[in-house]
Design a binder for this molecule. Structure first.
Ligand code: GUN
Length: 295
């Protein structure tokens, strides 16, 4: 039996339609949500992510302030730009695309962002609030994953979720969010990483697998319990001479084989990716609401 494909594009489109209505309502009150976007350097993947984020802003009526800086930009220059955005009332959210060039201290930059404009949810204050279950900006990819699961009718309460990968952007926060004592969470969570002795041993016990390792074929069919739900966060470029651009995108899951074992699976592309961008829009609209005292 072939798994049901969880259509991230469709779920993202549903949420974006809700956000378009919310933005129109804010505009009636004279409020235009604004996102400040900063990209340092010319990494092609980061360039395409940032362009996609700005296009998405435009489609739902969010104003975006685009700042593409050269790879030689100093930390001081970057911090000065963050400071300008912190103090600009037209900007409700600040997005510094990661990774940053090696000479820039990423932690220092994330710490400089006003926590009230931290729509990525990466500021340590917001990470702490998330961890203790207080309301805050939730990081976009983990939040998108939880939305996908709940909107697809996947029950997380009491489920065993195995997360593969311990990044600050996906693995650690999604594991944390899923173990919160809340609706759409309440799971038993196992977090596997590069020093886990036998990832398959844990993965085979999972009702839900979240693959966020950054390596193709991390999850193979023999690692999946029949009927499990598989969420693939990976975006990996693999050489493909049959494609005009010379590569194709694959996730961290061996999709063709795993879809024959799982009950539901997210594709790459068209799965988690559109959700990440959508939750960034969601946080930006939420920030504009909060800045104007609207519940
Ligand atoms: N790089 C990869 N994912 C993300 C993300 O969600 N936000 C930012 N700022 N950078 C990223």
């Amino acid at each position: 039996m072939s798994a049901k494909i969880i259509d991230g594009k469709q779920i993202a489109a549903d949420i974006r339609a809700e956000l378009t209505t919310a933005v129109a309502a804010l505009k009636e009150k004279g409020i235009v949500p604004g996102l400040g976007v900063i990209l340092v350097g010319a990494d092609p993947a980061s360039q395409s992510y940032v362009t996609a984020k700005e296009r998405a802003c435009e489609t739902i009526g969010i104003y975006s302030d685009d700042n593409r800086l050269t790879a030689e930009t100093s930390q001081e220059e970057l911090l000065a730009l963050v400071d300008r955005m912190n103090n600009d009332p037209k900007i409700n959210g600040i997005l510094v695309q990661l990774p940053l060039p090696k000479h820039i201290d990423e932690a220092a930059v994330l710490l400089a962002i006003d926590p009230d404009k931290d729509v990525d949810g990466f500021h340590p204050m917001n990470v702490g609030k998330m961890m203790v279950g207080e309301e805050t900006f939730l990081p976009c990819t983990p939040h998108g994953i939880l939305q996908m699961l709940s909107r697809s009718g996947v029950e997380t309460e009491g489920a065993h979720v195995v997360v593969i990968g311990r990044s600050n952007i996906v693995g650690k926060p999604v594991a944390n969010m899923l173990l919160q004592k809340k609706k759409g969470a309440n799971a038993t969570v196992t977090l596997c990483h590069t020093r886990t002795k036998d990832v398959g041993h844990f993965a085979r016990q999972a009702d839900i697998i979240i693959a966020a390792s950054g390596w193709p074929n991390t999850v193979t069919a023999d690692m999946v319990k029949p009927g499990a739900v598989v969420v693939d966060v990976g975006v990996n470029r693999v050489e493909d001479s049959t494609r005009e651009r010379g590569y194709r995108l694959v996730g961290d899951v061996d999709f063709d084989a795993v879809k024959e074992v799982a009950s539901m699976i997210t594709p790459v592309p068209g799965g988690v990716g559109p959700m990440t961008i959508t939750m960034l829009l969601y946080n930006t609209v939420e920030s504009a609401r909060r800045a104007n005292g609207i519940k």
